[in-house]
Structures are given as C-alpha cells and as structure tokens.
Design a protein around this ligand. Structure first.
Ligand SMILES: [Zn+2]
Length: 334
C-alpha cells in the first residue's frame, strides 16, 4: 500500500497538522479511514507506532500499555481498542512480533512517513491532538452559548456582551410559541446534530422521547455508515425500538432538527410515533408540508401529530453554517 506514496515525503509539520484535523472527529473507525483515505490510515497507524519506544523489545503487556496511552491521547478520535489496533499494526508491519509471538517492537514505517517520524515524538503528537480537540470543544461550547442567548426570551445585554466574538444574529420572535419542554428537547437534538458535523456529516440530530424522558438518540451518518437510510430519525427509531424490544413506538415522540424526508416520514408512520416535533423546514426534500405532506394524507396515517418550527432558526442556522464552511474549506465541495 505504501509503495505508491513513497515519492511524496510528508514533513513533521504536515503530519501534526493532518493529525490535528482528524482529531476534531469522534468515533472514527480505522476500517472506514482505510477505505476513504489510505494516507490517513497509514498516518494514524504510524502515529500509534511512535508510542512504542524506539529500539526496545516490549512484552505484550508493555505494548498494550503504549497503545492504550496512544488511544487516550493522540488517538482519542478513534473508536477502537488496543487489541484491534495491535492487530492492524502487526498485520501491516508497523509493529513486528517476535517469532514466538510474545514480544513486540517498532516495525518499518512506510517510506513517505519515515523521515518525519524520525523527528516526531509521542508527546508532540499527543499535544497536537489535545490542542485541536480543546479548540473544537471551545468552539462547540461557544456555538451552544450563542444559541442559548438567541433563544432566551429576554436575555440581559450583559450576556450578549459576554458572548464576545460570537456573532449573535438578531432574529424576529417566532410566530408560534413552543413549549419550554419542546425547546429543551430540541436543544438536545441539536447536540446530536453536532455529533454529525464532527464526523463530516450533514448536521441533523434526532431523539425519541417517552414520558418526557429521552430513550434514544441518533444523528445523520449515511457517509460514515455507507448507508443511505442512516438519517438521524431512522438511527433514533432503530435504537428506541431495540431498547423497547418493539417496533411500535406508539407512546413515543420523535424530535428532529430538520423536517423529515419521505423515507423518514414513512418510518415514523410505521413506528406509530405519537407526535413528531421538527425544527427547520426542508424545502428540497421535506415530507411534512414543504414538498409534500405525508402526515396530511388520511389514507396513510392516523397516529402522528406534527409540531413544526421548534427552534427553527437554530436548527436551520446550523445547516447553513455547515454548508458555508464546507464550501469555503480548501478543496471544499458544495
Ligand atoms: Zn430522512
């Protein structure tokens, strides 16, 4: 795999920069990275390898300790454990196992990484990731604070000043009063939408709620899951049905930040959801009134009440910012 990259050496700075970019994700699967970008995959495995002290033979326990330390720091964005990681590393030659199979040492890194590896340390990798992740967390907290300010009915001027650099856009008051409970739950759905964004997916989040309690969550993940049905609503419905051991969720409500599409509206009807609450309208694929209204069709549905526009500005604004950021990113697509 590495042979094709041999000609393009990476610098230590570029390594750290790419690792920091990957670090802003959560729950990254090595198998997915491998399919999407073989260079990222090798860079992550090489980063793990640098946590094994050079020129030292480690027993299995020692090797596991090093890999756990990687996963706690520079590998914090990965969804794996030290056993799976050790298997990848050994299978691909990043780490060598002795003939008896009991001891480990660093193997040979792909040629495009070798020169940078010689000047990089585990500490430098961990620091780059820590910095990137705390910047991401601060950014998310700031966005959340901005929403809270915007949706608060009468926020004192002092709060707005405290928001500092955050752009607080003045919005006209919503024409319909939504209950505080609906708004609180929609904020939780927005948190789920953020999880999608962190993985590079279109940020839509959903919750299933029963008796006022959140019993399942979901966020949009069709790219990561290679699954065209992995919309936030379907993810949340699946989790709720599995939890309850019942595909009928007749006593449940579904909250989602974006108007459901026809597929999700169908799934919501099959699940017999009692009440659907959504945020922003979707003028391209919305099936709850924007393009078509599958809930207004009496031959299809007798179960679901629909509440529209809860925190619509926040829910829509998140999508707008996501697409703006993606367009302005280097090599960004529309
Ligand atoms: Zn959908």
């Amino acid at each position: 795999m590495s042979a094709s990259f041999a000609a393009v050496q990476i610098s230590a700075e570029a390594w750290l920069e790419r690792l920091a970019q990957l670090a802003t994700r959560n729950g990254l699967l090595l198998s997915t990275v491998r399919e999407r970008d073989a260079r990222d995959f090798e860079l992550l495995l090489a980063s793990a390898t640098l946590f094994l002290p050079a020129g030292q033979l480690l027993d299995e326990r020692g090797a596991n300790g090093c890999l756990r330390q990687f996963l706690d720091t520079a590998g914090a964005m990965l969804d794996t454990d030290h056993v799976e990681l050790r298997r990848w590393l050994a299978d691909l030659g990043f780490v060598h196992r002795t003939d008896r199979g009991t001891d480990y040492r660093r193997g040979v890194l792909p040629a495009w990484l070798a020169a940078a590896a010689a000047v990089l340390s585990a500490g430098a990798l961990a620091e780059a990731v820590r910095t990137a992740r705390s910047a991401r967390d601060r950014d998310r907290a700031a966005r959340k604070a901005a929403w809270m300010l915007r949706s608060a009915p009468a926020s004192p001027a002092g709060d707005a000043a405290a928001a500092g650099a955050i752009e607080v856009i003045e919005q006209p008051p919503p024409p319909v009063e939504h209950s505080a409970q609906d708004q609180t739950l929609m904020r939780l759905a927005l948190d789920q939408a953020h999880n999608a964004w962190a993985l590079g997916e279109v940020p839509v989040g959903a919750l299933v709620v029963r008796d006022g309690q959140v019993i399942a969550t979901g966020f949009n993940q069709p790219i990561g899951n290679s699954d065209p049905t992995a919309h936030a609503e379907v993810q949340a419905l699946r989790a709720a049905a599995e939890l309850l051991g019942n595909y009928r969720l007749s006593h449940c409500e579904l909250y989602v930040t974006l108007e459901p599409c026809a597929m999700c509206a169908g799934a919501i009807q099959h699940a017999r959801i009692k009440r659907l609450v959504f945020g922003a309208r979707d003028h391209k694929t919305g099936a709850c009134g924007s393009v078509i209204d599958l809930f207004a069709e009496p031959r299809l549905n007798h179960h679901t009440r629909v509440e529209r526009g809860v925190l619509a500005e926040e829910c829509g604004g998140l999508l707008t910012r996501f697409f703006a950021e993606r367009r302005s990113a280097p090599g960004g697509q529309s």
